[in-house]
Design a protein around this ligand. Structure first.
Ligand code: GLU
Length: 428
């Protein structure tokens, strides 16, 4: 069996395929196969006991053809430059498919955030900005939260940037707390966006949402609000979620015979996303191994954790009754995993379409920061629903017209939009 590729090789292979279908010339491929710009830097942080710890930081700006680069910053112990490159490239396609006027970028720090005290976390956030502030900004590159980073961290980063600039610049980071320039509806935006696309997919397949079940991988921000949305917006039943257990250093799947109650699970989840096992067991939850979510007899699978989960090895375990896979995570499926999904005829909502709700609401946040006027939550959620629905049908139409897999269709829509911007700007 061929060796599975790293996330950046996967992202490049996916792009190459769409470039072939679109018949893109070599110059355009050369520009889009690689990030436009990358920053690698060291961040010294004074720990609370007075020592200096040095962290490795990254920011990758893949493309700003359609507008300022946009994308989160991950704090993760296994971060690599190739993961950040892949995620940056996917952000370019994500903003294009959602049709928001932004490009793609991503940042990271190799760190386990749970190993830092709050003071050290703040110093690391400010240190990241001290290294990057000349190369970010509302008209240049706008970071946001992602795995391991939070709204509070965005507030510290925005504050550091504001101090360095000598003027208040809220729009340099999005995903800020609502009390500090954030947008109502941003916290739930990615998970709800996933559910809006699932709703449209169900309509397309003729499924009744209230009779549908879902298995969700993860219990971070995306998974939590996908679970709440699946239950409360669609009226469906969530059979399980999974989450990383910090003490045991491995993930578990939590299922409940009556369906999980995501609000209850949220109430027993700590700040690092670990569910309190004892409390869950006392409430009747069954705790299974990490990948048990993938075997479940459900209608919808929502991988909403990290990349490389649906692989040559795990994809054959997907239950025959699964009709929709909604990729809440970025890059959860490898190229080999995709082949299995395709051959089984499962309807796929590809990652950069499915999880575009977060960045779309980040865009709304930036618009509100620019106007210095803030919308009600209903207005944000309604605009998000509209954007996600239009994006979903744009991709579905492309898939039907050209009889291609939904991931390929999403690429065709996104790459074409980016290439059009490059041509209009006279770059190629
Ligand atoms: N980190 C999120 C993503 O992967 C949101 C990015 C943003 O809001 O800029 O889409």
């Amino acid at each position: 069996m061929a060796e599975e590729k790293n996330p950046f090789q996967t992202a490049q292979a996916q792009f190459d395929k769409s470039a072939d279908i679109l018949g893109l010339p070599e110059d355009i491929r050369e520009m889009l196969r690689w990030p436009m710009r990358e920053f690698h830097f060291r961040i010294p942080v004074r720990t609370e006991d007075g020592a200096i710890k040095v962290f490795q930081g990254f920011r990758v700006q893949h493309s700003d053809a359609r507008g300022p680069s946009k994308g989160g910053i991950r704090f993760h112990p296994n971060e690599t430059i190739d993961t950040v490159r892949a995620l940056a490239m996917w952000m370019t396609w994500k903003c294009a498919v959602a049709d928001i006027p932004l490009g793609g970028g991503k940042g990271g720090v190799i760190v386990n955030p749970a190993s830092l005290t709050p003071v050290e976390k703040e110093r690391l956030c400010r240190g990241w900005v001290d290294q990057m502030w000349h190369n970010i900004g509302p008209r240049m590159d706008v970071p946001a939260p992602d795995v391991g980073t939070t709204p509070q961290m965005m507030a510290w980063m925005m504050d550091e940037y504001t101090k360095l600039q000598g003027q208040y610049v809220p729009g340099v980071f999005t995903g800020k707390p609502v009390d500090m320039g954030g947008s109502l509806g941003r916290t739930e935006a990615t998970g709800f966006g996933v559910i809006f696309t699932v709703r449209e997919a169900m309509k397309h397949l003729g499924l009744n949402p209230s009779q549908c079940t879902a298995a969700i991988q993860g219990f971070g921000n995306v998974a939590q609000y996908a679970a709440i949305g699946f239950r409360d917006l669609l009226g469906g039943k969530v059979v399980c979620v999974s989450c990383y257990d910090l003490a045991d250093r491995c993930p578990y799947t939590y299922s409940h015979p009556d369906g999980v109650d995501p609000r209850f699970l949220q109430s027993i989840t700590d700040q690092y996303g670990t569910i309190d096992r004892a409390k869950a067991e006392a409430a009747g939850y069954v705790i299974e191994d990490a990948m048990a979510w993938i075997d479940k007899d459900v209608d919808v699978l929502i991988p909403a954790a990290l990349e490389d989960m649906i692989t040559a090895e795990t994809a054959p375990r997907i239950h025959k009754n699964v009709k929709i896979i909604a990729e809440g995570a970025n890059g959860p499926t490898t190229l080999e995993g995709d082949e299995v999904i395709k051959s089984r005829g499962i309807f796929l909502i590809p990652d950069f379409l499915c999880n575009a709700g977060g960045v779309t609401t980040s865009y709304f946040e930036g618009v509100q920061n620019d106007m210095n006027y803030y919308w009600a939550r209903e207005e944000v959620v309604e605009r998000l629903d509209q954007k996600m629905t239009v994006a979903f049908h744009g991709v579905l139409d492309m898939a039907q017209q050209h009889k291609v897999y939904m991931r390929d269709a999403a690429y065709l829509v996104a790459v074409d939009r980016v290439v059009r911007a490059m041509r209009l700007r006279g770059w190629v």
